[in-house]
Design a protein around this ligand. Structure first.
Ligand code: 13P
Length: 248
């Protein structure tokens, strides 16, 4: 059985006072049957971890460097993320692929570094609107999945998030059939590559997940949770999504 995962990507949002929501989540979901994860900006990782004692909430980062250390000003390694007590790292988010030109190969190298440091890598993939409209979405997903997921991945060390670029921050989501098709394809491709291990890898949907659409998305086969942006910033929005996942 795959343990479901409600993951929040705060992007470049949040503040020390805003970390209070972690304590509120703890009170609201003391024995949550799902994993709950918050990924704040790097400077907030340690303060966020101070809010998680006795809590089901785990903390993750939004990026790591593929190298262990060195002259990479402004970067942080996977081992540093692990050292402060975080357990996950998002790699290959489309915003980083677009803004910093991250390639599939670089994303795979980051994911591999994360796994080597004992973290679970959340590898993000997703097509653009042009690719979707041109009927290329499934091919794009196949290529990104193959190139971005490193060899040696397993259920404990890999989560894949399908985030169509055009659904991020727009309030638009694909049809349930489109989400189901992509998730089925991802499972098939991962099985072909990793065999039985693929059955324990969690596949998340991300892109405009809100309290009012979460239950429908979570009812789909092979959707094991969500990577949530805007609606993960407050307990009021994130709690109903966690509840929908727990009930699915
Ligand atoms: P929104 O939920 O704000 O659309 O963001 C999704 C996302 O990019 C999560 O990584």
């Amino acid at each position: 059985m795959r343990r479901k995962l409600a993951a929040g990507n705060w992007k470049m949002n949040g503040s020390i006072p805003g970390l209070d929501m972690i304590g509120k989540l703890k009170l609201k979901h003391p024995e949550c049957p799902c994993d709950v994860l918050i990924c704040p900006p790097a400077p907030l990782l340690a303060p966020a971890l101070n809010n998680t004692a006795g809590s089901p909430v785990q903390i993750g980062a939004q990026n790591c460097h593929a190298e262990e250390k060195g002259a990479y000003t402004g970067e942080h390694s996977a081992a540093m993320i692990a050292e402060v007590g975080a357990t996950y790292v998002i790699v290959g988010h489309s915003e980083r692929r677009a803004a910093y030109g991250e390639t599939d190969a670089q994303v795979a190298a980051k994911a591999q570094a994360a796994q080597a440091a004992g973290l679970t890598a959340i590898v993000c993939i997703g097509e653009s609107l042009e690719q979707r409209e041109a009927g290329e979405a499934l091919d794009v997903i196949k290529t990104q999945l193959k190139g971005s997921v490193p060899e040696g991945s397993a259920g404990k060390t890999l989560v894949v998030a399908y985030e169509p670029i055009w659904a991020i921050g727009t309030g638009k989501i694909p049809s349930m059939e489109q989400i189901a098709d992509v998730h089925a394809l991802m499972r098939t491709e991962l099985r072909a590559r990793f065999g039985e291990d693929a059955d324990s890898m969690r596949l998340l949907y991300g892109g405009s997940v809100k309290p009012n659409n979460a239950a429908n998305i979570f009812a789909l086969g092979d959707v094991d949770g969500a990577l949530v942006g805007g609606a993960s910033l407050t307990e009021e929005d994130f709690s109903p999504i966690i509840e929908a996942l727990a009930a699915s």
